[in-house]
Design a protein around this ligand. Structure first.
Ligand code: SAM
Length: 294
């Protein structure tokens, strides 16, 4: 039996709850609003309101966690088209998290039908209804993604939501993005909250065109974007600003690498630091000064 006693719900500014991971030293969501983040940076950024007109959609939720990105996607799609048939895969290492997330008050952020999906995913690792065929693949996403690649799964939308690159570099490498990109349909979109140049250059190296998730009305002075969207054709992406384009020519764009897709975080970070130290690209602090970023 799974025990979930060490996951303590933490309120966020929109009234929804998140967890804090002691192992990764990071919260699972933005403090500004966990549900709002799932809706804005993942469901809206991958254009699910428009795509929901289609009779069928395929989704890939990389780092399923509490299942908020899956939940936000299903709410968005079925609000537009309740008959849309969804095929969904979630990838997650730690089953105690989806399990802890189906307890009140967390689950109450979602509609009854989506609550049922989250419960099934946590308890049975799958959910099948006339409009949904969903499976949770449990294990290291660097391994579980390989079975999806072999099955030729092609997602219309991918939610890419690991902990930050410094905390979880193994899921932000060129090699992992390359496998994830193989699961993206030709017209599909991949969204992530990260605006880091290292992440963006890894996405480009994996064959994706990239766009930005523009800032909202209120933002802090050091922020320049709410994330990144990738696609093969680059169509309908919000273009990077001049500042963001120049960021990609600084040392911050040195990507993370994991040639055998099984290295520990410390080894990937060390490899990254060595490449960063040898880089002849412009120093990122010069770029920061040029654009007045603290
Ligand atoms: C930022 S949280 C994801 C939040 C989630 N998308 C949500 O809406 O609740 C990152 C997740 O990645 C998972 N994770 C960490 N390393 C992983 C790995 N190697 N493979 C798969 N999942 C991993 C963690 O257990 C955690 O649930």
């Amino acid at each position: 039996m799974i025990t979930a006693t060490n996951w303590v719900p933490q309120p966020t500014d929109d009234g929804s709850f998140t967890f804090f991971s002691e192992a990764f030293g990071e919260a699972f969501h933005s403090r500004k609003g966990a549900k709002a983040e799932a809706m804005h940076k993942f469901a809206q950024a991958t254009e699910l309101t428009q795509k929901a007109q289609q009779p069928r959609l395929r989704l890939l939720d990389v780092c399923y966690g509490l299942g908020y990105n899956t939940a936000a996607a299903l709410e968005t799609i079925w609000n537009v088209n309740p008959a849309c048939e969804v095929e969904l895969y979630g990838l997650e290492l730690d089953l105690t998290i989806p399990h802890a997330a189906i307890a009140p008050p967390l689950i109450h952020s979602w509609s009854p039908v989506v609550q049922m999906v989250l419960r099934q995913m946590a308890l049975a690792h799958a959910c099948t209804t006339p409009c949904l065929n969903a499976k949770l693949l449990v294990g290291d996403a660097r391994q579980t993604i390989q079975s999806l690649c072999q099955s030729d799964f092609q997602a219309d939308a991918i939610f890419f939501d690991p902990f930050s690159p410094r905390r979880c570099p193994q899921l932000w490498t060129i090699e992992f993005f390359s496998l994830v990109a193989r699961c993206l349909a030709p017209q599909g979109k991949l969204a992530t909250y990260s605006r880091s140049a290292a992440v963006r250059s890894a996405m480009q190296a994996a064959g994706l065109a990239i766009g930005t998730i523009p800032l909202g009305i209120t933002h802090l002075s050091h922020e320049w974007s709410q994330g990144t969207v990738g696609s093969f054709d680059g169509q309908t992406l919000h273009p990077l600003s001049q500042m963001e384009q120049e960021h990609l020519h600084t040392r911050a764009s040195v990507p993370y690498r994991d040639p055998s897709l099984c290295d520990a975080a410390a080894i990937i970070l060390e490899r990254y630091q060595q490449e960063h130290a040898l880089s002849t690209l412009e120093s990122t602090s010069i770029w920061r000064r040029r654009w007045g970023i603290r």
